[in-house]
Design a protein around this ligand. Structure first.
Ligand code: NOJ
Length: 579
């Protein structure tokens, strides 16, 4: 692939600087100083990554509804994202992934699309989308959209026509006769991920059912219909022509269902998601779709990518989604699920890297997203969250950040029921088994705090769609900026250092000997030490301290009380050392 490759459409030139080690060795940094010294992250154009920008990219997930509200309706929007792009450029990420902003009844936060080529008026206009892409590119940020191909909204014109009896439209969905003499039972035992049966009766047609793996307002498309393929090819082209850099593919493992729609044959299917191949998930046929999309993306040049949101039972099966002719990346949820356990983290890292290597793909790492409990809360403390982030950013491959994790935001557990919007919440309240979140996904979707004051803390001119906790002013971007001990400055410095270390993202890694509960790994120019222990632990000094997740710690403080040439590694910490 040519260096500095630009494609023939509107993709920007994205390059990273190549700096020598001498620029970062010999100094200690526990705050933002280093990043400030090194100049603006996006002004660097000396070094290219020859094998694809995504292989070590840091990609920031913008949950549009909760990011920034420009017009005061309480809902985040595209002009709001545009206004806050400088935050993302300053943070030092490579790209953003925008959650769905298409025309939608918003039953499932926009993952119920009624028109794939229109922007929902709540989020802005097509022109806003165009300007957002262009302004992001000017700042050196690539833009990924969220493609939702497994299901549409029930408000999609195809589904409306299907309900009205149009046979062509019906062929695009799974309309199936039920079991029992009059078809009064659902066609099989599949359960919705939001709880309850995955089938709903077709109104006015006794014995006929339609499939929805998610809410009843999200009918599954039948990818055996050629028209579905044609439509999505056209949708991809629509946005690629606008200049977007690629897509995160929602439920990328779900489009194809096993022939004959066989029963799963066991209860509590939600608990099996990602644990085994199911007749509706991880079927071999989905790979043909990914291959076709890869060809389409490549017809726009080498830099347009797709990342699969795929739940696969093993790292090996997940690697199938990132074979050279399929998706460029797949989310690695096994890392997210590893918890705060050094051995388990090591196992998952090794397995993920080994599996990805077999197909020549980069690994990805993610700790939080809009579907899971924020990792600060999941791991049990801010100290662990900060440490986990530094571990993730020291690993080979690409990392995904979820908005607000750079502020150390916790999960909000005490939202009033009436404020919650997650469709799984009402199902869980009815006692249905859901996908393990008990329908509580609103707690990680609370609007971003930008300023320490103002209604909705700078999220918008008025209140936000979900209330922010009382103590969030101190977590706001404004309150943390310039405070060297803050989580925001820790992320800024880590991302800055990541750029300064050539090849950190996409090269070999070696494990070093470490005490129990501690992981030590060596990367080009860097040794990363993670301690999952609740007390300080003595270890040999690996080099000069570059960055420490424990606020206020320095090499001197770690030397105090330790034997000669040794350090006390703080509890629940991650440190980066120049090597
Ligand atoms: C995965 C998305 O991340 C989630 O938010 C959504 O509910 C389901 N897919 C259904 O589209």
């Amino acid at each position: 692939m040519p260096q500095h490759a630009t494609n023939r459409h509107t993709g920007p030139q994205h390059t990273r600087s190549q700096h020598t080690r001498s620029q970062h060795t010999g100094s200690q940094h526990t705050g933002s100083q280093h990043a400030a010294d090194a100049g603006p992250a996006h002004a660097d154009h000396a070094h290219t990554r020859p094998r694809g920008w995504w292989r070590d990219a840091v990609i920031y997930q913008v949950y549009v509804r909760s990011f920034a509200d420009s017009d005061g309706d309480g809902v985040g929007d595209l002009p709001g994202v545009r206004q806050r792009l400088p935050h993302l450029a300053g943070l030092g990420v490579d790209a953003l992934w925008l959650t769905p902003f298409y025309a939608s009844p918003q039953i499932d936060g926009g993952y119920d699309v009624a028109d794939y080529r229109a922007v929902d008026p709540r989020f802005g206009s097509l022109d806003d989308a165009r300007q957002l892409v262009s302004e992001a590119h000017t700042l050196g940020l690539r833009v990924l959209l969220d493609l939702v191909p497994n299901h549409t909204s029930d408000a999609h014109p195809w589904f409306r026509r299907a309900l009205a009896g149009d046979a062509g439209a019906r062929a695009c969905y799974h309309f199936v006769r039920g079991r029992g003499t009059a078809g009064q039972e659902p066609p099989n035992d599949w359960e919705s991920l939001f709880g309850g049966p995955a089938w709903s009766p077709v109104p006015g047609e006794e014995g006929l059912w339609y499939l929805h793996l998610f809410s009843a307002h999200q009918p599954d498309l039948d990818w055996r219909a050629p028209r579905v393929h044609e439509e999505f090819d056209s949708v991809l082209r629509f946005w690629l022509d606008m200049g977007v850099d690629g897509f995160r593919i929602d439920v990328a493992h779900g489009m194809v269902k096993a022939e004959g729609l066989p029963d799963v044959g066991a209860g509590e299917q939600a608990r099996m998601i990602g644990a085994r191949v199911l007749p509706f998930f991880d079927q071999d046929g989905v790979h043909d779709i990914h291959r076709a999309w890869r060809r389409l993306l490549e017809s726009y040049g080498p830099d347009r990518i797709c990342v699969a949101e795929a739940w696969a039972p093993t790292a090996e099966r997940l690697a199938r989604y990132v074979r050279p002719d399929e998706c460029h990346q797949a989310f690695n949820f096994h890392f997210l699920q590893a918890g705060w356990d050094a051995q388990e983290l090591r196992r998952v890292i090794e397995e993920s890297m080994a599996a990805a290597t077999t197909v020549g793909a980069p690994t990805t790492w993610v700790l939080s997203n809009h579907d899971v409990v924020r990792h600060r809360t999941r791991l049990g403390s801010l100290a662990r969250a900060r440490a986990a982030a530094l571990l993730m950013l020291a690993l080979p491959g690409s990392a995904y950040l979820y908005q607000g994790e750079e502020l150390g935001l916790p999960e909000v557990r005490d939202l009033p029921d009436e404020a919650r919007r997650d469709p799984a919440f009402s199902r869980a309240a009815e006692g249905a088994v859901t996908d393990g979140q008990e329908g509580m996904r609103d707690g990680c979707r609370v609007p971003m705090p930008w300023t320490a004051e103002g209604p909705s803390l700078g999220f918008g001119p008025d209140g936000g769609w979900l209330p922010q906790p009382q103590d969030w002013p101190s977590l706001s971007v404004g309150a943390q900026t310039g405070d060297p001990l803050s989580t925001l400055e820790l992320y800024r410095t880590a991302l800055r250092l990541r750029r300064l270390l050539p090849g950190l993202g996409d090269s070999a890694m070696e494990w070093l000997t470490a005490p129990e509960g501690v992981l030590a790994l060596s990367r080009p120019g860097l040794v990363c030490v993670l301690s999952t222990r609740d007390e300080a632990v003595e270890a040999a000094a690996p080099g000069e301290l570059l960055l420490c997740s424990a606020p206020g710690e320095s090499r001197e403080s770690m030397e105090a009380g330790a034997g000669a040439g040794r350090l006390r590694i703080p509890a629940n910490s991650c440190t980066w050392w120049a090597a």
